[in-house]
Write a protein that binds this ligand. Structure first.
Ligand code: CAA
Length: 380
């Protein structure tokens, strides 16, 4: 394993950094205030090849890996974690549900390029009001009827939901077998009976679009089934392993973004006739935070490398997500405190990053769920 970035990775990192500075940063505060999602930024990510980074070219991807994807999500999330999560969900939850499933070549060619390459948003429909941490509590049901399945039920907390054209939806197919009968279907936006529910009003990632989904007798052809009955639970878990690398990268970016704002502020702001950083307790705290960030970075890059090297990566993804999310929360909370009254003001960005950091400890498996995953591997 080598964390030295190669030329191509450095070039992707620079491209993401330049794009973020020029196109994402200018209106990031406004988007947080108005809760407006700028779909053109998503289209730009597609045009630059970012959404498809880890997937094969024939499916609209770039034929690269999770390391390149992690670097791009990290850079964007330093400034706009709302765009970071939208990117992460399209790539690793929508794309991952297809690519790491039993989808046929024809299904991959039909359902991946529109989202990875052509600017259509994609979502991952797993969570339900009764099935958050406990995925097996799912109630959405798909009943076979000839060459079709009829889906009934509801999903919640679905990132990109209000704007997506394609949804990977997980549903039970047998009441008795319950979670052992889960299958996965691609549902297209205009399918009769499928409606997008209320947009959730969130504490952070305010400009990301997150909503409910409702299914009333939604008829989906068997040709849209990408994971057969019984294999959906494990497919969801495998997809989430990849998704957790995306969220860990988002959390890492948030921590780095807030750290840099605090570092510059401590150098420029004078109180008691000296710059703030000359107070040893602040300088020491910044050293602690810098070390936490570096540790998180190694964990995130290691998880991405494990995946790219086809090693088991479920545990390294859980560790990366746990550590990066906790780091994002520590760093942003301390950054607000170090900026004092200004830290509480929106124009200094750290209060927004603190609100955005909170969800990284919750979605795609809470910090406690990551500990469940990790403890299962500890006592074998
Ligand atoms: N890879 C492959 N197989 C896996 C696996 C993995 N990562 N994790 C579990 N499995 C397999 C197990 O081996 C087991 O197989 P067998 O039945 O053959 O033995 C089967 O799946 C069941 O596993 P468990 O008994 O461990 O399942 P569980 O019911 O105890 O749940 C859990 C485990 C880790 C708690 C899991 O439910 C989980 O990850 N929960 C969190 C869900 C989550 O992250 N939701 C977020 C949704 S997306 C989102 O956040 C919104 C967004 O848009 C950003």
């Amino acid at each position: 394993m080598n964390f030295e970035l190669n030329e191509q990775q450095l070039s992707i990192q620079k491209m993401a950094r330049d794009f973020t500075e020029k196109k994402v940063a200018p209106k990031v505060l406004e988007r947080d205030e108005t809760r407006e999602y700028d779909v053109n930024l998503y289209k730009d990510l597609c045009d630059m090849g970012f959404i498809g980074l880890p997937y094969a070219k024939e499916y609209g991807g770039q034929g690269l890996g999770y390391m390149e994807y992690a670097l791009a999500v990290e850079e964007i999330s330093k400034v706009d974690p709302s765009l970071g999560v939208s990117f992460s969900v399209a790539t690793s939850l929508y794309g991952g549900s297809l690519y790491f499933s039993e989808a046929t070549d024809e299904q991959l060619k039909r359902f991946m390029p529109p989202v990875l390459r052509d600017g259509h948003l994609g979502s991952f429909g797993l969570t339900e009001p009764t099935a958050g941490s406990d995925v097996s509590g799912m109630l959405t049901f798909a009943q076979r009827d000839g060459d079709e399945y009829i889906i009934n039920g509801s999903k919640c907390f679905i990132t990109n939901g209000p704007l997506s054209d394609y949804f990977c939806v997980y549903a039970l197919t047998d009441h008795e077998l319950g979670p052992k009968s889960i299958a996965t279907f691609v549902v297209e936006r205009n399918t009769p009976g499928f409606t997008i529910g209320a947009r959730h009003n969130t504490m952070g990632i305010r400009s990301a679009m997150v909503s409910e989904l409702h299914f009333t007798d939604v008829r989906v052809p068997v040709a849209n089934m990408i994971t057969p009955p019984g294999k959906g639970f494990v497919a969801a878990m495998k997809t989430l392993d990849g998704g957790r690398i995306g969220i860990a990268s988002q959390a890492l970016g948030i921590a780095e973004g807030a750290f840099e704002i605090a570092r510059k502020y401590l150098m420029q702001r004078e109180q008691f006739k000296k710059p703030l950083y000359k107070n040893q307790h602040l300088a020491f705290r910044m050293v602690d935070l810098a070390n936490e960030i570096e540790m998180a970075k190694y964990m995130v890059y290691k998880a991405a490398c494990d995946k790219d090297e086809h090693k088991p990566f479920s545990a390294s993804a859980a560790k990366a997500k746990l550590i990066a999310a906790e780091t994002a929360m520590h760093v942003t909370t301390d950054a607000v405190q170090m900026l004092g009254g200004n830290g509480f003001m929106k124009e200094y960005h750290v209060e927004r990053l603190m609100r955005d950091a909170k969800i990284t400890q919750i979605y795609e498996g809470t910090s406690e769920i990551q500990k469940i995953v990790l403890s299962k591997g500890l006592f074998v």
